[in-house]
Structure formats: C-alpha cells, structure tokens
Design a protein around this ligand. Sequence first.
Ligand code: IMP
Ligand code: MG
Length: 184
Amino acid sequence: MKITNEQNDIERVLYTEKAIAARVEALGAEITEAYKGKMPIVVCILKGASFFYTDLCRSIKTDIYMDFISVSSYGSDSKSSGVVRLVKDINTNITGRDVILVEDIIDSGLTLNYLKDFFGARRPSSFKTVCLLEKEGRKNNAFQADYLGFRIPNEFVVGYGLDYADHYRNLPYIGVLKKECYEN
Ligand code: IMP
Ligand code: MG
C-alpha cells in the first residue's frame, strides 16, 4: 500500500473543480430561494463535508447560522464499521429552528439516518439534508437527501474533503481511488 496524496493514486477524475463549483452554485441558489428570511442553522458534518460546506455557505445568498458536528463510522477503513459514534456535538439550541445538515456522501445511509433521529429528538421546526454525492446501488438503510449534488457509481472516491484514512482530502477534484491504494 502506497499513499502519496498525488494524482497518480487516482484512477479517474469524476468531477473537476469547475464541475463541482457549478453544481454547488446551483444548490446554493435553490437553498437561497427556500430559506429567504428564515436564518437557518446550516450544520457541517466534519471533516468530509468541510470544503463542500464552505463553498455552499458562500453560495447561499441569505442570512445563515453556521455550526459543526463530528461523527465517525468508518474509522480509518474503506468500509463502514456499521456503528455511528458522536465525536463532537453542535453548540446551538436547534429547538424551533430550521436546520440544514450538510454531508459529503451517502453510502449505506447509516450516518444520515442516525443524525436524522439525533436532530429530530431536539424538535427543530424543520430539518433538511444536503448531500454532495450519493452512491448508486446502495444496500440497506438507504437515505434520500433533500438536496443532492451528484449520483455516482458504487466506487470509493476521494478529494474535495473526502478521504481514505484521512489522506487525499485536499485534492481539488473528486476522483476514484485506485484499488491498490486501499487493498493489499
Ligand atoms: P454511510 O453511513 O454508509 O452512508 O456512509 C457515509 C459516510 O461514509 C460519509 O460521511 C463518508 O465519510 C464515508 N464514505 C462513504 N463512502 C465513501 C467514499 O467513497 N469515499 C470516502 N468516504 C466515504
Ligand atoms: Mg464522513
């Protein structure tokens, strides 16, 4: 296994920086329309959604409140451990507020199903999810995001915040990771 954080670990690029920017801009415009005058609490799921979140927030042209949550389900593997663990909670009382949760990718749906219940228990006045990527042919627990960036093939992708064992997050594009980088 060799991780170099370089382009040569990427089998192929799925979305260029430019393609991502255009899609994020369009999602921001949709959210702007839906939330004018409401000051929603926009929550980033760390760390994978971080670049998507900051780009999306800048493309929302109405007042928002920013907050951050951290959960872990993958550890440092390329397969989910099947258990979601809360690592860092948000700092805001969301009761009676409009909440928008921002995630990088839906695979099994385990993470977002867990967080939907977690946020729902605090009685927000509304709860919506924005997800940059959704994998095709997902297994159980599927979760439908309210706003979706792209539907992708069922392969392991990195870049633009997405990682393998915390590597590759700062690649500016989204690409399929070569199998030899995570399989022995
Ligand atoms: P789920 O809980 O199975 O839906 O998985 C969602 C989480 O797993 C995301 O928050 C990602 O951090 C991670 N994940 C799933 N697929 C990938 C991938 O292809 N690349 C990087 N991270 C992934
Ligand atoms: Mg993640």
